[in-house]
Design a protein around this ligand. Structure first.
Ligand code: ZN
Ligand code: CA
Length: 378
């Protein structure tokens, strides 16, 4: 059913259009045109200027053909990680790689090509389907910026698939929510040799805070990390200020809150404990914290309609779909946060975020076959 050559050609064209985050203009124009030719009404949601990208997110509406159903969203992202300039895809023995020192961009162009092929198959075979909304985001790789700034008033679907993970016949239904946390410890500077008694070391406070902090794998659902530290001026100055950045993730919103609070408490307590008398008065370091929600929780129930649909489609093809959780956030977290029950589908891409990235044509064919079944059964 799937046209292997057409699918490979499409992937080749997509991969040849370099599209690092923020510089998606060319691929966005190509995709708008391509989706229109397939019969979609395509809208740019205008998020581009807000996030500093050449393009906004694209929302392509495909009207139903011969079937009444609630709309189904199919999402992918059009940006790639670096090095992603001047990508030259190479097809050898059924495997796409990049020719040189760039990524291939199968993340996420394999998913885009698979969707385009599936829609063409449905149309040329007159297989009935309900309304589809293909959402192509920008700037996914730089903090889900496109999805976070997406104009959700353009989307009617309450269920969706994000084609954006390695593996084939794989669905991901859970991913953690995450916070980014920034701490600034403000102590008091003094000459370290002449008047150390007048100083309060911000670095000493930070060290004590981190020493007592629960970090790493907190439990089976939760992780935390302090990732960067910057501060101090010179070896002969008691450091006035230090800035630290960390994160916490959990599959439980409550545990994320608790871990975040714990990290903040550690700093406050360390500051209190290291309060010292300077010139007859107690001086305590000031701790300024900033908590930013990085992405919301993705927790699609195991018996959700969208998962049943994917599994039923797999069954029709004689396949068992592996359903599991993931450790990181993606656009699907944002969609779920907006009430669109979205699971992630494997696209066959491999070794992503590296110059050794590759994808097999046969794997893309398998995913397109699954998509045809999913869309026709939706
Ligand atoms: Zn991706
Ligand atoms: Ca990626």
């Amino acid at each position: 059913m799937i046209d292997h050559q057409r699918l490979a050609d499409e992937f080749f064209r997509l991969a040849s259009i370099s599209s690092p985050s923020f510089r998606e203009g060319t691929i966005s124009r190509y995709l708008s045109e391509r989706l229109r030719l397939l019969g979609a009404e395509v809208v740019d949601d205008g998020a581009g200027p807000k996030i500093g990208s050449e393009s906004g997110n694209l929302v392509a509406y495909f009207p139903a053909r011969g079937k009444e159903a609630s709309p189904l969203m199919l999402s992918v992202h059009m940006d790639t990680v670096e090095p992603g300039d001047g990508v030259q895809p190479v097809l050898q023995d059924g495997v796409f790689t990049s020719a040189g020192e760039t990524v291939l961009g199968a993340d996420d162009k394999a998913g885009i090509a698979e969707i385009l092929e599936a829609i063409q198959v449905l149309q040329e075979r007159d297989i009935p389907y309900g309304p589809l909304e293909v959402v192509v985001t920008v700037c996914e790789e730089v903090g889900l910026l496109g999805a976070k700034n997406l104009d959700f008033s353009l989307i009617r679907s309450r269920r969706g698939l994000a084609l954006d993970t390695s593996g084939v016949d794989l669905a991901i239904h859970r991913a953690p929510c995450a916070n980014k946390i920034r701490f600034e410890v403000r102590g008091r500077e003094a000459h370290a040799g002449i008047a150390p008694e007048m100083g309060l070391s911000a670095i000493a406070v930070a060290a004590r805070a981190i020493d007592r902090m629960r970090l790493g794998r907190i439990d089976e659902e939760t992780t935390a990390n302090m990732g960067t530290i910057r501060g101090g001026q010179a070896t002969n100055i008691v450091p006035r200020s230090v800035v630290l950045e960390g994160e916490a993730r959990s599959h439980s919103r409550l545990k994320l809150e608790q871990q975040t609070a714990h990290m903040i408490d550690c700093f406050k307590e360390a500051a209190r404990e290291l309060t010292r008398d300077i010139g007859g008065r107690p001086v305590c370091a000031e701790v300024v914290t900033e908590v930013m929600s990085d992405y919301p929780l993705m927790a699609v129930p195991r018996d959700a309609g969208i998962l049943q649909l994917v599994e039923a489609a797999g069954k029709t093809l004689g396949r068992t779909i592996e359903v599991k959780g993931a450790g990181g956030g993606s656009d699907a977290n944002v969609f779920n946060g907006q009430g669109i029950e979205t699971v992630i589908l494997g696209t066959g891409m491999s070794n992503v975020h590296s110059v050794d990235e590759f994808v097999r044509v046969e794997d893309m064919v398998r995913v397109s076959e699954l998509l045809v079944e999913i869309i026709s059964q939706a």
